[in-house]
Ligand binder design. Structure first.
Ligand SMILES: [Zn+2]
Length: 200
C-alpha cells in the first residue's frame, strides 16, 4: 500500500517534469557499483553540479528528467540519476546530524517511547562535562527531558531503553527501511533499497 502510494506520487511528479523548475530537479548520485553514494543524507546533487560532472566525464547518466535545459550550444534533459565512473569507498559511519540521531532512536523518546515533542538529551549532562557525541546524546521527549533536568539517568531514576551507540551506516540503513524519504522521483526507485525490500 505504502509502496504504491510512492509510485503514484512519482508518476504524478513525472508528468509535471517538463515544467518543473531546474532547482527542483536534483540528481540521485550512485557510486560506481550503482548503490547510492550515501543514504543519510541521500546523495543528491543540484542539477548544475550534475551537469558539470557529466561534462567533466566523471559520471554516467543513468536516467533523466523530462525537463530540459537550453544553452546556445546545447539542449539536454536534466539527469535524474547519475553514477560515478570511479568507485569511492563509502565511509563506515554516518554523519552525526540531528536527523540521523533521531533515526538511530527510531524517532521515539528513549525513556518513555513517546514519538511526540522530541528533543535531544545529554545523558551525562553538559554541566557534568557530558559531551555532544553519539554515545552521550539520546532522543527524549520534552516532558522526559524536563523531568530529568541536569541529572544523570541514575540520579533521575530514569532508564534508557537502549544505551546510545555510534551506529554504522549499515545499522542506520536498517532503521531507515521504516522511514523512507517523503519524495522519491520515479527514476530513483530502482536504486534505493527499500523498494527492493518491499517488492520481495
Ligand atoms: Zn519521554
Amino acid at each position: 500500500m505504502y509502496h504504491s502510494d510512492l509510485i503514484d506520487r512519482a508518476i504524478a511528479e513525472r508528468r509535471g517534469d517538463e515544467g518543473r523548475h531546474p532547482d527542483s530537479c536534483p540528481a540521485l548520485v550512485l557510486n560506481a557499483d550503482y548503490t547510492p553514494l550515501s543514504y543519510y543524507p541521500l546523495s543528491l546533487w543540484p542539477w548544475q553540479t550534475a551537469v558539470k560532472a557529466v561534462f567533466l566525464e566523471r559520471v554516467d547518466i543513468i536516467s533523466s528528467y523530462e525537463r530540459q535545459i537550453h544553452s546556445p550550444n546545447l539542449d539536454m534533459k536534466i539527469p535524474s540519476v547519475i553514477a560515478l565512473k570511479q568507485y569511492v569507498k563509502p565511509s563506515e559511519y554516518p554523519a552525526f546530524t540531528r536527523f540521523n540521531l533521531f533515526l538511530r532512536d527510531s524517532f521515539a523518546c528513549q525513556y518513555c517511547g513517546s514519538p511526540d515533542n522530541l528533543t535531544f538529551d545529554h545523558v551525562i549532562p553538559r554541566r557534568l562535562n557530558g559531551k555532544t557525541t553519539w554515545q552521550n546524546v539520546a532522543t527524549a521527549c520534552a516532558p522526559c527531558n524536563m523531568k530529568k533536568g541536569g541529572r544523570t539517568p541514575e540520579q533521575a531514576h530514569m532508564t534508557l531503553k537502549v544505551p546510545p551507540i555510534r551506529p554504522t551506516n549499515w545499522q542506520l540503513q536498517q532503521r531507515g527501511r521504516a522511514f523512507p524519504p517523503h519524495y522519491l522521483h520515479e527514476t530513483w526507485r530502482d536504486w534505493l533499497y527499500w523498494d527492493i525490500e518491499l517488492e520481495a
